[in-house]
Design a protein around this ligand. Structure first.
Ligand code: ATP
Length: 228
């Protein structure tokens, strides 16, 4: 059975993350594992602690058999390199176990900046979700275009059938319609600006969690802390 791994900062998890996870789970007929990163190597320090980010994933995934949460990157010390996680998964499930990384088009385009990115490609297939109008295989940096040439699959079934990864890794597109434009930075910015619209960008249970814990400054606007 193909294992679908979906890593990210999830700061916080939002409806865009969940939409692509559910779409991939449905397309491949397997659950998706969401894995929060402890100390993201490619970006600024997260706005919420790893504990809260993982708890928000728990409440978002609760009751949906298509979604799982895995805390292994939080239990390691040091930065959460994807390559280390994949190596751990290979030890756990075996060298030939079918395994794919789910990632958004922006993360995919930045892959050449990831730690040991070429090794990543020998350990997992990729499933790339679009985040905008541009097809996910256009406008790639030259080294990524070269590395991925001839590896694109026309359907999830074609990727799932390519059992071995090693030299035969494949990429599948997830061109979800409609696109889900949410981003974690937009959620954080809306909370900081006191724009109540942020509550529509995350599931209600996650909005409740953010409000209960006062994350990202929620509840500190006009009706909250006065500063005196
Ligand atoms: P930020 O806005 O802070 O950059 P983000 O919304 O991109 O955060 P991450 O936790 O960094 O969230 O993303 C985890 C993964 O989910 C990445 O591979 C990213 O490309 C993908 N992703 C995030 N939001 C969407 C979305 N709306 N549609 C498709 N993929 C997404």
């Amino acid at each position: 059975m193909l294992r679908l791994w979906y890593g990210g900062t999830f700061d916080p998890v939002h409806c865009g993350h969940l939409a692509i996870a559910r779409a991939a789970a449905d397309a491949f007929g397997v659950p998706v594992t969401l894995a929060p990163a402890a100390d993201p190597p490619h970006r600024a320090v997260p706005g919420a602690s790893a504990h809260h980010r993982a708890r928000m994933l728990d409440v978002a995934a609760a009751g949906d058999r298509r979604l799982r949460v895995d805390r292994r990157e939080l239990e390691r010390s040091g930065p959460s390199w994807t390559i280390d996680t994949l190596r751990e998964l290979r030890v756990l499930h075996g060298g030939d176990a079918p395994l794919a990384l789910l990632l958004g088009a922006d993360s995919f385009r930045s892959l050449p900046q990831w730690h040991q990115w070429r090794e990543i490609l020998s350990l997992a297939h990729l499933v790339v979700a679009s985040r905008g109008d541009e097809p996910v295989d256009r406008g790639l940096p030259p080294e990524l275009a070269a590395a991925t040439e001839g590896r694109w699959c026309d359907s999830p079934a074609a990727l799932a059938a390519a059992e071995k990864v090693a030299e035969e890794w494949k990429i599948s597109r997830e061109d979800q319609q409609p696109l889900h434009p949410q981003s974690a930075s937009a959620v954080r910015a809306a909370i900081a600006a006191g724009d109540p619209g942020w509550q529509g960008m995350v599931p209600p249970a996650v909005a409740g969690y953010i409000l209960r814990h006062g994350l990202y400054g929620a509840g500190q606007g006009a009706h909250g802390v006065t500063g005196t």
